[in-house]
Design a protein. Structure first.
Ligand code: AMP
Length: 400
């Protein structure tokens, strides 16, 4: 394994998250976030390992400016962590949509940038922002190798029957309308880690990963390959999320357009930003900490919201158990999956048919790797904190 520092970049339309990770120790050397890029009040938060976090409110007119500030912070003589940019051996970019062009990570080249651009239609908010991040790094670190790690790549192994929709086939042929799935880096990392924790061969296991964060998705991983996942052409399908609806009857869209006098675009905005647990709780909160507190206080909106959320997850677990003809291990990860014993127990209450009994004491733990099913359980239930940045850094080093 090469000893190098990898800068992991995750560019959104107005934000940029970064971590500098050493490939040998796999430790985070520094991390931070630039927010409100191109908007008034932009600011950077930067935390060197073992040092103090600091915030800098400064104009960032674009992503190139944001990357410039990040590089300045990393090499700053007072709070920097490297002496010069030559100590950054590679950059790993988190990329959202690789369409059918990418079934794995790739080194960035002009052809790769073109192939990512071809997928812009599929992720109009994310891909252009990702590309801006790549171009900004190319401008400021022209000699540093860069890799792209796609959210969709891990799911490219899905068989046709899992990725096709029941639509006229010509829409797949003409426009590539199909299930792609997202959070792939997380599903890949967590499923592999689950096999390691159990001391079993990844290629022998049937694994269901529940990535439950503000965005949420489930995947079925059979013999080391993803065979199905709940997000679709876009990240709107599947589970009920923080503000996204997940699965609905598609006819609801026209129905609501007519009733509310809104355009399809406006209703899609409602499905993306005002729905999910936020919408179900009548705008109370999209944060499970708030919902759980209110549930315990007996408040009806939060009770129905959490029950509906948990039921949907349990339904997907059932579907994926059927898809794989069994399941050896179910993993919980991401903000809610790692930190909410309450939701984990609610979901597990549906899983008696799999011979699962939850160890209540173990399930009290938050944010750490732990088996929360009793030893006699036929199917194991694990909490596996995800680490997408580390997975991106590993992929980047492997490609070099
Ligand atoms: P993520 O998108 O993975 O960062 O997850 C963010 C979500 O995790 C938040 O919106 C919360 O709903 C949830 N979360 C974080 N910490 C806790 C906690 N201690 N208990 C319950 N939910 C939590």
């Amino acid at each position: 394994m090469k000893d190098m520092n990898v800068l992991v970049i995750n560019c959104g339309s107005s934000s940029l998250k970064f971590q500098l990770i050493n490939s040998l120790s796999e430790k985070v050397i520094a991390k931070g976030l630039c927010e409100r890029i191109g908007i008034e009040g932009s600011q950077m938060t930067y935390t060197p390992a073992g040092g103090e976090k600091y915030e800098k409110v400064t104009p960032m007119k674009d992503h190139t400016e944001a990357v410039r500030l990040v590089l300045e912070a990393l090499t700053d003589k007072d709070h920097g962590v490297v002496k010069s940019l030559s100590e950054i051996g590679a950059v790993g970019h988190r990329l959202v949509h690789g369409g059918e062009n990418f079934a794995g990570s790739t080194l960035i080249s002009d052809e790769v940038i073109q192939a990512i651009e071809e997928c812009n239609d599929l992720a109009p908010l994310h891909n252009p922002a990702n590309l801006i991040g790549i171009r900004a790094c190319q401008e400021l670190m022209p000699d540093t190798p860069m890799a792209g790690v796609f959210d969709t790549a891990f799911h490219q192994t899905m068989p046709e029957e899992a990725y096709l929709y029941g639509l006229p086939y010509r829409y797949y042929e003409k426009y590539k309308v199909r299930r792609y799935g997202f959070h792939g880096t997380s599903h890949s990392y967590v499923s592999k880690r689950a096999a390691q924790i159990l001391g079993k061969d990844y290629a022998d296991l049937k694994i269901i990963v529940c990535h439950l964060g503000n965005g949420a998705s489930v995947s079925a991983v059979k013999n080391g390959k993803c065979v199905d996942t709940s997000m679709g052409l876009t990240p709107l399908e599947g589970l009920i999320m923080g503000t996204r609806s997940g699965d609905i009857d598609p006819a609801i869209i026209e129905f609501l357009c007519n009733k509310e006098g809104k355009s399809v675009h406006e209703i899609l905005n409602v499905l993306n930003k005002e729905s999910g647990v936020f919408g179900l709780s009548e705008g109370f909160s999209s944060d499970f900490r708030d919902l759980e507190k209110a549930y315990r206080a007996g408040e009806a909106p939060s009770i129905r919201t959490m029950k509906t959320f948990a039921y949907r997850v349990a339904k997907y677990i059932g579907a994926y158990t059927a898809a794989m003809n069994g399941v050896d291990v179910i993993c919980f990860t991401a903000g809610i999956g790692e930190n909410s014993p309450f939701i984990r127990a609610m979901i597990a209450s549906y899983l008696g048919y799999l011979g699962i009994t939850i160890d209540e004491k173990a399930n009290e733990k938050r944010g750490e790797e732990i088996c929360i099913s009793v030893p006699e359980s036929n199917t194991k239930v694990l909490v596996v904190p995800t680490n997408e940045e580390l997975a991106i850094a590993r992929e980047t080093v492997a490609l070099l």
